[in-house]
Design a binder for this molecule. Structure first.
Ligand SMILES: Cc1ncc(COP(=O)(O)O)c(C=O)c1O
Length: 434
């Protein structure tokens, strides 16, 4: 191979242009085929794929393959601008059954598109309600909300400055995590401190200028951060006081991953807008959805103004028919409940097996969003983490790493034997370094 032609998203690219295939394989995992929850490279080495919330089912699932084939056969392409198709409507009905307070669905191509739609609908809503100054968005430190300029402007992970000036009026506030001391477990004290900071930020910005507060029910890219329930309750009280909308970014947490169909529904967050993607099509097709509560629907639809936003292929019939099948499989196999049970089993086993290790700070998560946080401060600990990462890959596991967390997103229908494989592989990858 003389040259590598693809620029990967969020990936430091090799400087050399004449890479060998082996060098490429070492740097990225290059998938060649999939078998159930495993992905294989060209040498047929198999890896249990726990690297993204999009992988919520098995590869080549027969029910989904059949739906794809039938849908392409019946209607292969159909746009949604001044046209439509009934599959989009059927999926919307199913999604709204999961979120009773919500009354309309807007489709996009991915999570970023779902977030961008949420931000733009919020601005349009306040303009049409004669509150044109309500333009600002507040979001949490450590939040990730997507890669367009709008979604990136509410992302606070520290890399955003690469693109120069972003959207004006985006404010980041500390999360409960920011108040946690090294030895602490997150609790209501941290929730109250973060809520206090949120209110201060609103007052400082001027409540009449703040449109929405955006939050992931469990932070994902930032290393699986689960905040106390009280925080969400306080957020809603504060935002309501100042007429600020709440946007729940459920792109990772939605569709069963944390043990519930929608994570925000068991929190007292009571959002006005919910965004979904990833697990919606189990990674089989790019599709995002933004759910609007009745008050927003009224402005976008019933006032006759419409929503002057969208993309050519959003709400593709094949994507919608896949999502319908995903929801049917989840319902039939009770997968949200299984995610809850499986998550508890995996976390208990990991905690038990790793609790004596000094390098482990915490095993945490919700359902099948699981994080193993390591104590990484010294150069030596960074080195140890690098060895652990390489051990994990050698043991046949694809995970995701942030600066001190191993993040794991097992599929929701993972088998007991794959769970045990995962637990053993992770334990030995970490224990091996001592
Ligand atoms: C919480 C959250 N929001 C938004 C996004 C953006 O979704 P996408 O990558 O599909 O654009 C992601 C992706 O990782 C995410 O985790």
């Amino acid at each position: 191979m003389s040259r590598y032609y693809v620029v990967h998203p969020f990936t430091t690219m090799p400087k050399k242009s004449n890479l060998t295939e082996e060098e490429v394989n070492n740097r990225f995992f290059m998938a060649n085929k999939g078998e159930r929850h495993w992905v294989l490279n060209k040498d047929d080495q198999a890896f249990l794929n726990l690297s993204n919330a999009a992988y919520s089912l098995d590869q080549s699932n027969e029910i989904i393959l059949k739906a794809i084939f039938e849908q392409y056969n019946k209607l292969s392409a159909s746009i949604m601008v001044n046209q439509g198709h009934w599959i989009a409507n059927k999926l919307a009905e199913k999604l709204l059954n999961l979120a009773p307070k919500f009354s309309s669905v807007f489709y996009s191509n991915d999570g970023t598109g779902a977030m961008e739609s949420a931000l733009k609908a919020t601005r349009q809503y306040f303009i049409e309600k004669d509150m044109p100054n309500k333009q600002k968005f507040i979001s949490l430190n450590g939040g990730y909300h997507g890669s367009s300029i709008g979604a990136l402007s509410i992302t606070n992970l520290g890399f955003e400055g690469v693109f120069g000036d972003l959207l004006q009026g985006c404010i980041s506030v500390p999360s409960p995590e920011d108040f946690r001391e090294k030895e602490d477990k997150l609790d209501d004290r941290h929730a109250k401190q973060a809520a206090y900071e949120l209110e201060q930020a609103i007052l400082k910005a001027g409540p009449e200028t703040v449109a929405a507060f955006v939050i992931e029910p469990v932070q994902s890219v930032n290393g699986i951060r689960v905040f106390p329930n009280l925080y969400f309750q306080l957020v809603r009280q504060i935002t309501r006081r100042y007429n600020i909308l709440v946007i729940a970014d459920e792109i990772t947490t939605g569709i069963g991953r944390t043990g519930e169909w929608l994570t925000s529904s068991s929190l007292k967050l009571d959002p006005d807008i919910i965004t979904i993607s990833k697990g919606l099509t189990a990674g089989y097709f790019p599709l995002g959805a933004t759910l609007f509560s009745s008050q927003i629907t009224d402005h976008l639809i019933e006032n006759g103004s419409g929503f002057p936003h969208g993309t050519t292929l959003s709400g593709h019939p094949v994507g919608c028919s896949i999502a319908i099948k995903v929801l049917e499989i989840f319902e039939k196999e009770n997968l949200p409940f299984r995610a809850k049970e499986a998550g508890e089993y995996i976390m208990n086993e990991l905690r038990e097996g790793l609790n004596k290790e000094n390098i482990i700070r915490e095993v945490r998560g919700k359902g099948l969003m699981i994080g193993i946080e390591l104590n990484i401060e010294s150069e030596e600990e960074i080195e140890r983490f690098n060895t652990i990462k390489s051990n994990i890959k050698k043991s046949g596991i694809l995970a995701t790493f942030s600066h001190n967390v191993i993040s794991l997103y097992p599929p929701l229908n993972i088998s007991k034997s794959d769970m045990d494989y995962m637990i053993d592989a992770l334990k030995s990858s970490i224990l091996l370094i001592d």
